[in-house]
Ligand binder design. Structure first.
Ligand code: PLP
Length: 399
């Protein structure tokens, strides 16, 4: 069974190989949520995620010189990096859906990469079928859990008075290690896991007190897109974790954007779920001192512009709406005039008078407008309505 003594020992063993990442107080997130918010910045860890901790701890005393693993990406990088440093040969099986940036980084650390299957479980079964290797599980392994638990020790070294720690959950290794540490060293601190609605196996397993499979849907939080919580981790979560909550994909996009904009931190979807949870549950966490485990920063840059756009849309910073008006000379001019007088910045305009559902003598104009936020967007829409225009909001943008 995993215990805090082993976790403290593990921290000494892996210390030469991994960073002690900073615990950063965030004024802006504190102000925004009414909590005292601290960020454990594991996105600044070697390989860009906490996964090196578990990988080093599992492999540091290994006899076999050949290891294999299956991973969506961050564990792959952790194992590949640790193997390189420890002189071990690593074969990594990744599903074809793993982000290219993670696949390339894993190869870059010197590992052999095999792409197999559509999801983590396919890759896992393939890796398990290979002979002649020691298998390094991404989460359901005591030594891996112990390694991840070193995060908890570092957090408590830097801050003793913590009400709540929010931890992303995929297979559950990170939260298991963290919870064992925290409940031993600071029993009053509440440990809450966060999953995306798109991959909620640990959430349902925790609520229903038995392991439940959930096939992951497509998600921005690819690092935690696991279909089944581990058996070991399920036991530890049941014993030590206080709650698990779910967050939506729009909140994850917004959280990634906030990290970029307010903290200048590149955070991947899985690492952003604690902030999404804090924002979705402001009332619950108000007045508390909270640590968010920002578990990784390996985001695919081809995704980032879409995430920024989605985040701007869901926070109302980009508004898309259509206006129907009489087809008279100067109509477009007066419409843009209203938006300009409200200091909205027009990014795109589509002017349509031929839509099937439009009566003759009417025009429809679709605006994509940059605003200061939801309140500002409402002001623009209500001013247009007051001035006699028929306004309808749209959900997606085309700027
Ligand atoms: C960035 C990131 N955060 C969180 C997790 C969740 O870790 P676990 O599977 O141990 O719950 C992962 C897993 O790969 C990850 O890559």
């Amino acid at each position: 069974m995993v215990n805090v003594k082993d976790i403290e020992k593990a921290l000494q063993n892996i210390r030469p190989f991994v960073h002690k990442t900073p615990l950063i107080h965030s004024n802006s997130f504190s102000k925004m949520t009414g909590a005292e918010v601290y960020l454990k910045a594991e996105n600044l860890q070697k390989t860009g995620s906490f996964k090196v901790r578990g990988a080093f701890n599992r492999m540091i005393n290994i006899k076999d010189r050949k290891v294999i693993t299956a991973s969506m990406g961050n564990h792959a990088q952790g194992v590949a990096f640790a193997a390189g440093k420890l002189g071990i040969q690593a074969k990594i099986v990744m599903p074809v859906t793993a982000p290219i940036v993670k696949e390339e980084a894993t190869r870059g650390y010197g590992a052999e990469v095999v792409l197999y299957g559509e999801n983590f479980n396919d890759a896992l079964n393939y890796a398990l079928s290979q002979e002649g290797y020691t298998f390094i599980h991404a989460f359901d392994d005591d030594e891996v859990i112990v390694g991840q638990g070193t995060i908890g020790v570092e957090i408590l070294e830097d801050l003793s008075n913590i009400d709540i720690i929010l931890v992303p959950v995929g297979g559950g290794g990170l939260i298991s290690g963290t919870a064992v540490t925290v409940k031993a060293m600071s029993p009053r601190t509440i440990v809450i896991g966060v999953q995306t609605e798109s991959a909620p196996s640990a959430y349902f397993s925790f609520k229903e007190k038995k392991v439940i499979d959930k096939i992951p849907l497509s998600t921005l939080a690819d690092g935690i897109a696991v279909g089944r919580v581990g058996d070991r981790t399920f036991d530890i979560i049941n014993r030590y974790v206080d709650d698990i909550i779910l967050v939506g994909e729009d909140s994850i996009a917004m959280a990634i954007l906030l990290f970029l904009e307010r903290k200048k931190l590149v955070v991947e979807g899985a690492g952003a779920v604690p902030l999404a949870a804090l924002i979705e549950n402001r009332e619950r966490f108000k007045g508390k001192s909270i640590v968010l485990v920002v578990s990784g920063g390996n985001i695919d840059f081809t995704l980032i512009d879409r995430i920024i756009h989605k985040g701007l849309l869901s926070s109302g910073r980009i508004g898309v709406f259509e206006v129907t008006a009489d087809d008279l000379p100067g109509r477009l001019h007066s419409l843009t005039g209203v938006i300009a007088s409200q200091r909205g910045n027009i990014l795109n305009v589509i002017h349509d008078r031929l839509a099937e559902d439009l009566s003759v003598g009417k025009i429809r104009v679709v605006f994509t407008v940059e605003t200061r936020g939801r309140g500002h967007l409402e002001e623009i829409l209500s001013d247009l309505t007051i001035k006699g225009f028929e306004v309808k909001r749209r959900n997606e943008g085309n700027s």
